[in-house]
Design a protein around this ligand. Structure first.
Ligand code: DGY
Length: 434
C-alpha cells in the first residue's frame, strides 16, 4: 500500500517537472532540459506512459546539432534562475543550447522505451524508434569523430560538466591546471537554491567558466576545441556509457533488420570495449581514466572506476576484485555506493560528486554488476537506493554516512530511478520469498 503511494508520488514529480513534453531536472535549480537527466526520465516514464517517454527523447533531439552532438542543455524556454544561460554559451543552433555534451544514456533509454512501447502496444512505436535511432547513431558517430580522433577506443571530455560528475575528485589534478580567469562575469544562481557546502566551490566555477569562454572563442568548432583544450580526459565512465548505448542500438538494429547500421555500430562497439578493457588496473581493483594533457592515469577512486561493468564482460579475477572493492567502499556507510571512496582524503559526504550517493549512478552500477554475475551485490545496491529514497524523499543525492537527502529536492531522475529500481527490488524480494 505504502509502496503504491510512493510510486504515485514519483509519477507526480515527473508531472510537476513537465514543461510540455520535456522534464526539468528540478524547478529553479535546473530550469531547462538536461541531456542525461532526460534519458533516465524517459525510462521512468516508460514504466507507465510509453508515449510520454518517447516525447522526452524527441524533445531532447530538437537540440541536436547538425554535426550530431546532443548538447547537455536545451534552453527551450527562458528562465533567470540558472547560470550560465544561453547568452554565456553563445551557440548558434535553431533552439538555444549549451555547447558541450553529457553522457550518452540516450541509446540505452531508446531501447528501454522501445521495448516498453511494444509491450504496451503503442501505435507508431516502430516509426518513432526509427527516427530516434538515426539521431542516436549520428550522435555516436560524432562522439568517435570529435572525441576520439586518435582512435584510442576511449572518448574524451573537454569540460567536467560533460561528465555529469562536475566536481568529482577525478578532475582535481586536471582542473588545477585550468586558469581561474574569465571573460564572462560569474553570477552563480545555484547557491541561492542549495546550501553552498553541497555545491562546487567558487574556484571550481571560475575554471568551469574559463573553459566555456575558451570553447566559445573557438566558435564551438570541435577540431579547434580539441586543439586548444586545457582539459581533456579520456573518461572510462563516458566511454562505458557510450559502449553500452552502442550495444543497445545494435540490439535495435538487429530487431529491425538494419544490417548496415548493425555492422557500423558493431565496429564502434569493438573499438570502445577494447579501449575500455585496456584501462583495468589490477593493483587498484578498478578501471582508470587517462588525462590526455599530462599523459597520467586518473587514479582518484570515484564511481566512474566501476562504470565499465555496464559495457564489458569481466573475467573471474576482475569480478572478485570488483566485488571486494565495492564492499570496501560500503564499510561504515548507511547507503552506498559513495561517488568517492570514503577512505580517500578527497571524500566529502555532502558535497555533490565528492562523496554523495546518486540514484542513477547506482542504477547503472547495479546493471553492470548484474550483467557480470554479481546479482547479490546488484540487488543490495538497488534495495538500499530504494530505501534511501523512501526515507529521505526524491532528493538530488544522499549522504552515504547518514542517508540524509541533499541538494535539490523533487528531483526528476531520482523519481525515475525509484520507478525503475522499485520494481526490480520488489521482483527480487518476491523471488526470494518463493
Ligand atoms: C550545473 O549547472 O550544476 C550542471 O551540473 C552543469 O550542467
Amino acid at each position: 500500500m505504502i509502496k503504491l503511494d510512493r510510486d504515485e508520488a514519483a509519477r507526480a514529480i515527473l508531472a510537476r517537472n513537465d514543461r510540455g513534453g520535456y522534464t526539468v531536472p528540478t524547478d529553479r535549480l535546473y530550469p531547462f532540459q538536461w541531456n542525461w537527466d532526460s534519458a533516465f526520465v524517459a525510462m521512468g516514464f516508460a514504466t507507465f506512459d510509453a508515449d510520454r517517454a518517447y516525447r522526452e527523447l524527441e524533445r531532447l533531439i530538437e537540440g541536436q546539432w547538425d554535426d550530431g552532438m546532443i548538447p547537455h542543455i536545451v534552453f527551450h524556454a527562458p528562465s533567470d534562475t540558472y547560470f550560465p544561460g544561453p547568452e554565456v554559451w553563445g551557440t548558434r543552433h535553431r533552439i538555444a543550447t549549451s555547447g558541450i555534451t553529457q553522457p550518452p544514456v540516450f541509446g540505452m533509454a531508446l531501447r528501454h522505451v522501445h521495448e516498453a512501447a511494444v509491450e504496451a502496444g503503442l501505435p507508431n512505436a516502430a516509426e518513432r524508434t526509427r527516427n530516434l535511432f538515426q539521431a542516436a547513431l549520428r550522435s555516436h558517430r560524432w562522439w568517435l569523430r570529435a572525441r576520439d580522433p586518435d582512435g584510442l577506443g576511449l572518448v574524451a571530455i573537454l569540460h567536467p560538466w560533460e561528465s555529469g560528475s562536475d566536481n568529482s575528485p577525478a578532475w582535481d589534478a586536471a582542473l588545477a591546471r585550468v586558469p581561474t580567469s574569465t571573460t564572462t562575469a560569474i553570477r552563480r544562481k545555484d547557491t541561492g537554491h542549495v546550501d553552498a557546502a553541497m555545491r562546487p566551490r567558487d574556484e571550481d566555477y571560475q575554471r568551469f567558466i574559463h573553459l566555456v569562454d575558451t570553447y566559445r572563442e573557438c566558435g564551438w568548432d570541435p577540431q579547434r576545441q580539441w586543439a586548444v583544450a586545457p582539459f581533456k580526459i579520456a573518461d572510462v565512465q563516458m566511454t562505458a556509457i557510450l559502449a553500452r548505448a552502442t550495444a543497445d542500438l545494435i540490439h535495435l538494429a538487429e530487431d529491425f533488420g538494419w544490417e548496415a547500421e548493425r555492422a557500423e555500430l558493431s565496429e564502434m562497439h569493438d573499438r570502445l570495449t577494447a579501449g575500455l578493457a585496456r584501462r583495468w588496473r589490477s593493483h587498484l581493483s578498478r578501471f582508470v581514466s587517462l588525462d590526455l594533457v599530462s599523459g597520467e592515469n586518473v587514479e582518484a577512486p570515484t564511481q566512474a572506476c566501476f562504470m565499465p561493468l555496464v559495457a564489458l564482460r569481466i573475467d573471474d579475477a576482475q569480478r572478485q576484485a570488483v566485488q571486494s572493492e565495492i564492499e570496501r567502499w560500503h564499510e561504515g556507510m548507511v547507503v552506498g555506493l559513495p561517488s568517492t571512496a570514503p577512505f580517500s582524503p578527497a571524500f566529502e559526504p555532502k558535497r555533490y560528486w565528492r562523496g554523495p550517493v546518486w540514484a542513477v549512478v547506482n542504477w547503472l552500477i547495479a546493471d553492470g554488476l548484474r550483467m557480470n554475475g554479481l546479482e547479490n551485490l546488484a540487488q543490495r545496491i538497488e534495495q538500499t537506493t530504494v530505501r534511501a529514497i523512501e526515507r529521505a524523499g526524491f532528493c538530488e543525492y544522499f549522504d552515504p554516512t547518514t542517508g540524509e537527502g541533499l541538494g535539490g529536492d523533487t528531483f526528476s531522475w531520482t523519481a525515475a530511478a525509484y520507478l525503475v529500481l522499485g520494481r526490480r527490488a520488489k521482483a527480487s524480494a518476491s523471488g526470494a520469498r518463493r
